[in-house]
Design a binder for this molecule. Structure first.
Ligand code: PMP
Length: 349
């Protein structure tokens, strides 16, 4: 164990773990658990990568305010990095994302400016752009910023290669939010592990890649309009209402071998099953990615090695449909257990 100079040194190097009960017996299924990052998601990597690149290039001055449009995890990662480095942070976020996320960012010292839900992801981005221009702030532009993908090429990809040193990785399965993970890891795998099949997944309700309709873009790569194949889905952090530039780049480079869609109930069930049968506590997009990995496993050859990305922790979803049916009060079965011995019985009001 080493002593870190500050919290930022603990970002990355997340564990790869074997799945035991949930995997079909003819394959080896592994997960890379990004909730081991200090703020419990894959986005801690992007936050550090973008801020340090901008500091080096001079785009971000000491003490300058940072602004980003984010569904949460990017804002939470940025809030941690900005707090450590002394940059004020402003986040724009649609009101529809979970309340825990707003509170976490505010706890870390950030300001959170909400935007109306019907204006979707594009509304958040438009507001961030306006605020950045008006106040002279540094906008991280996570959906187009190459530093996002570069950080994954520098950290996530080599970690995967190292974990699978001496064992062929047959499939790597990921979703996309910005596509930073996809673009950054896929291009390294193509070069260093060309036999690895790259499987991209997206919500059934938002089949932007599977639908085949092109994304209209502005000159800077940002979306010119909402994508017609989008409809709202509960997989927070996955597929916004446009195909991000970084995702488009990975697809254009043919760094994807298959695109699968995942239905909501499958994502929710996989997240619960990972918790209850493997002890792995992750969010909805992780459940969704795992559902796609199980679909890959079904048709994979005997002995195939499959790696599935798990982007964040389940703790971020207490107020969402993921926790539907998980009550605070005792169930009838729990009350019966309480009554089965004489002492310390709790009477509900
Ligand atoms: N899942 C969750 C919960 C996320 O927050 C994100 C990032 N938005 C992703 C998946 C996708 O990661 P990426 O932006 O690298 O595509």
């Amino acid at each position: 164990m080493k002593i870190h100079d500050n919290i930022l040194g603990t970002i990355g190097n997340t564990p790869v773990v074997r799945i035991n009960r949930l995997a079909p017996s003819h394959v080896n299924l592994f997960v890379k658990i990004e909730s081991f990052n200090p703020m419990s998601s894959v986005k801690d990597r992007l936050a550090l990568g973008i801020i340090e690149d901008a500091e080096k290039s001079g785009d971000l001055k000491p003490g300058q305010t940072v602004i980003e449009a984010t569904s949460g995890n990017t804002g939470i990662g940025l809030a941690m990095v900005c707090a450590q480095k002394g940059h004020p942070l402003v986040v724009t976020m649609a009101e529809s994302f979970s309340v825990e996320r707003r509170k976490l960012m505010r706890f870390l010292g950030a300001k959170v400016v909400l935007t109306p839900a019907p204006l979707k992801g594009s509304g958040m981005v438009q507001k961030a752009r306006e605020l950045a221009e008006q106040h002279g702030w540094f906008q991280t532009r996570q959906f187009e910023n190459e530093s996002n993908a570069d950080m994954h090429s520098r950290t996530t990809a080599p970690e995967i290669l190292q974990a699978f040193d001496g064992r062929q990785l047959d499939y790597w399965v990921t979703g996309y939010g910005t596509g930073g993970t996809l673009k950054g890891v896929a291009r390294v795998l193509r070069e260093k592990s060309p036999a690895t099949k790259i499987v991209v997944c997206e919500p059934e309700l938002a089949g932007l890649l599977t639908g085949g309709i092109e994304q209209k873009r502005n000159a800077d790569g940002s979306p010119a309009e909402s994508h017609p194949s989008f409809s709202p889905h509960p997989m927070q952090g996955w597929t916004p209402d446009f195909i991000p530039k970084l995702t488009g780049d990975a697809m254009d480079a043919e760094n994807s071998d298959a695109v699968l869609t995942v239905a909501n109930p499958d994502a929710m069930a996989c997240s619960r099953n990972l918790a209850q049968q493997e002890g792995i506590f992750v969010g909805i997009s992780a459940g969704a990615t795992f559902a796609a990995a199980l679909a890959v496993a079904e048709t994979a050859a005997e002995g195939a090695n499959i790696l599935c990305m798990l982007p964040d922790t389940g703790e971020r979803y207490l107020s969402t449909p993921l926790f539907e049916g998980i009550e605070a009060e005792m169930s009838a079965a729990e009350q019966e257990l309480s009554a089965s011995t004489p002492s310390c019985q709790f009477e509900p009001a």
